[in-house]
Every structure is written in C-alpha cells, then in structure tokens.
Design a protein around this ligand. Sequence first.
Ligand code: HEM
Length: 181
Amino acid sequence: MKGIVFSEFIELVEEKFGLEILDAIIEEADLPSQGAYTQVGTYDHKELLVLLDKLSAHSGIDATSLSKIFGEHLLKRFAELYPQFFVDIDNCFDLLKTIDTRVHLEVQQLYPEAELPSFDNMMVNADTMQLIYQSSRPFSALAYGLINGSASYFGETIDIQMNDQSDAGKSFVVFTLKKRA
Ligand code: HEM
C-alpha cells in the first residue's frame, strides 16, 4: 500500500489523539517500517491494520469506527492533494462512478506497485446507487469512510447500507447508497 495512505493516517492520529499516543502505537506495533513512511514508498498494508488495532486499544474506539473516521479524513486530503479528480464533478455519485474508470486507474498508472480494489457501480434509481467493493485486502470500513467523506465533500447526506459477503482473504461488499432529500 502506498505511503501516502500511511502518512495521512499518522497525521490524523497526531492531530486527533496527540503525539504521545502516536509514539506509543508505533512502538507497540513493532513494524518493519518503524512507522517512518514516505508518500511515495510502498509498505505492507498489514501495518495499517496493526496500527488501527493499537489505536483502538489506546482510544477505546473500535477499529471499524476508526477506519471509517480515517476514510472520511483521507477523502478530504485526496481532494486537496489531487484536485484534478474533483474538477467538473458536483455530486458524490458522479465521483464514485469515476473511481474505477479514472481515479484508481490513474493511480495505478502512476504507481504500478499500488494494489487497488475494484468498485462496480449500478444506479438503482435516481437517488440510490449500488457500489460493489472487491479487494484481496480487508478495507471495506475504509471504503465506507471514503464514501461518506465524498458525500460530505459535496454537502450531501447519504444513508449507507453494507451487505458483507466477504470470505477468507477476499472482500466482497455490496454498498447501497441512498441520497437523503
Ligand atoms: C478521489 C480521490 C482518490 C484517490 C486519489 C485515491 C487513491 C488511492 C490510493 C493511492 C490508494 C492506495 C493504493 C495502494 O497503494 O495500495 C487507494 C486505496 C483505496 N481506495 Fe482510493 N482514492 C480515491 C478515492 C477513493 C474513493 C472515493 C473510494 C471509496 C469508494 C476509494 C477506495 C479505496 C480503498 C477501499 C482503498 C484501499 C485498498 C483496498 O481496499 O484494497 N478511493 N486509493
């Protein structure tokens, strides 16, 4: 997983939980990288799972909720760092439709070593979209946060339902997203 994801996580922890907790979770996690991430480096995605677990132990917030919070933060940061993906888009469904066909495609071209999930989308009606997340990594809660963050970015509110059909080592989650009037 690209270092940008890790460095944003580290910044969020420092900002929301403080340097002391950040240092403690890095030390306890005992990571191959020692928590020294560069944006362009590549690291084992399991390091993020360990850091989330350690942060959960220190904060008393479960790792799933932390992943969602992180996803929301990450979307805001992506919008700052990669504004080109947000130009000419004025609602969250339109952004979500471009993840596979544009955003992650370009990320993959830029960083061939990146490991991207896939998102198939289908409109159920004008206010409801289905998004199917498939990955060999367990980041559906992060996806949830990124989806919620996309809605907030456009000032929208959506209800998100998750139907998790994952099995060992393979994530398969059907998200049903309903725009609130
Ligand atoms: C709009 C700007 C976005 C950018 C620039 C972006 C970029 C990235 C990058 C660099 C990674 C790390 C890939 C790696 O090296 O392993 C990643 C992973 C991921 N992205 Fe995006 N992304 C964006 C939007 C989204 C949105 C809106 C969603 C949710 C629907 C999403 C879902 C994910 C997930 C779940 C992962 C974790 C990897 C996995 O699950 O297998 N991304 N993205």
